[in-house]
Write a protein that binds this ligand. Structure first.
Ligand SMILES: Cc1cc2nc3c(=O)[nH]c(=O)nc-3n(C[C@H](O)[C@H](O)[C@H](O)COP(=O)(O)O)c2cc1C
Length: 205
């Protein structure tokens, strides 16, 4: 099994979500002897969207060289069996680094088609885990802020065909050590219930 790990946390390896992603990769790797491709959007930021790219994306006869970055990112997904995204919540939604990745990966005529019924994804679905780390709470009884991250990212990934996104929430991470331990425990329990992690035999990729 080949796993693509996309990190969008500026905290890198010290991010709690990053640590959880590594635990998940180790579990999958143990079961499936897989390879991991890492795309670190925080330590190696993608170039901003240029006018050339914006023109090419809407052109009938685009200059294909404008799509080099986009192609590379799309191929990283296409050649993978499972996807793990670690993202913090930044001001109620995805951090800018992850939004830029989305802007390269969602490409008309390439990863989605426009039809009379709406946009249709052109990528094969595959297990996708999104770890969402937040300082406060946006889901459940303690929620006190809006969440424009999970619905947006679910919709964006679904629009290219990645419809099986499984969200793993790490909430309340700025509320002290106990809150961090509690968030990690809940997240690990949730991950363990997923068929891909439930038992070695459950892996059917
Ligand atoms: C620019 C910025 C914006 C943030 N906005 C929010 C927010 O809207 N809601 C929230 O709960 N936490 C917010 N946080 C806190 C982070 O989500 C929190 O520290 C999280 O644990 C970071 O995860 P990481 O350690 O995996 O990077 C923000 C942090 C930064 C740096």
């Amino acid at each position: 099994m080949k796993i693509l790990f996309v990190n969008a946390s500026p905290h890198g390896e010290t991010s709690h979500g990053y640590g959880l992603a590594i635990e998940m990769i180790r579990t999958l790797g143990k079961s499936a002897h897989g390879a991991v491709v890492k795309r670190d959007l925080a330590s190696q930021p993608l170039p901003p969207i240029t006018q050339d790219y914006a023109k090419a994306i809407t052109s009938r006869d685009p200059d294909a060289s404008r799509f080099d970055v986009s192609e590379q990112l799309i191929r990283e997904i296409e050649t993978t069996d499972a996807l793990i995204i670690n993202t913090p919540m930044h001001n109620f939604t995805v951090p800018a680094a992850l939004k830029l990745w989305i802007d390269y990966v969602l490409r008309v005529h390439r990863t989605f088609a426009v039809t009379p019924e709406g946009k249709v994804g052109l990528m094969r679905d595959r297990p996708t885990f999104v770890i969402v780390a937040s300082g406060g709470f946006h889901s459940g009884e303690r929620a006190w802020q809006g969440d424009f991250l999970t619905p947006y990212l679910r919709y964006a990934l679904g629009s290219i065909g990645l419809k099986s996104a499984h969200f793993v929430l790490l909430q309340g991470l700025t509320h002290g050590d106990e809150a961090v331990t509690d968030a990690l425990q809940r997240a690990r329990e949730g991950v363990a219930r997923h068929p891909l992690f439930a038992s070695d035999n459950a892996i059917t990729l």
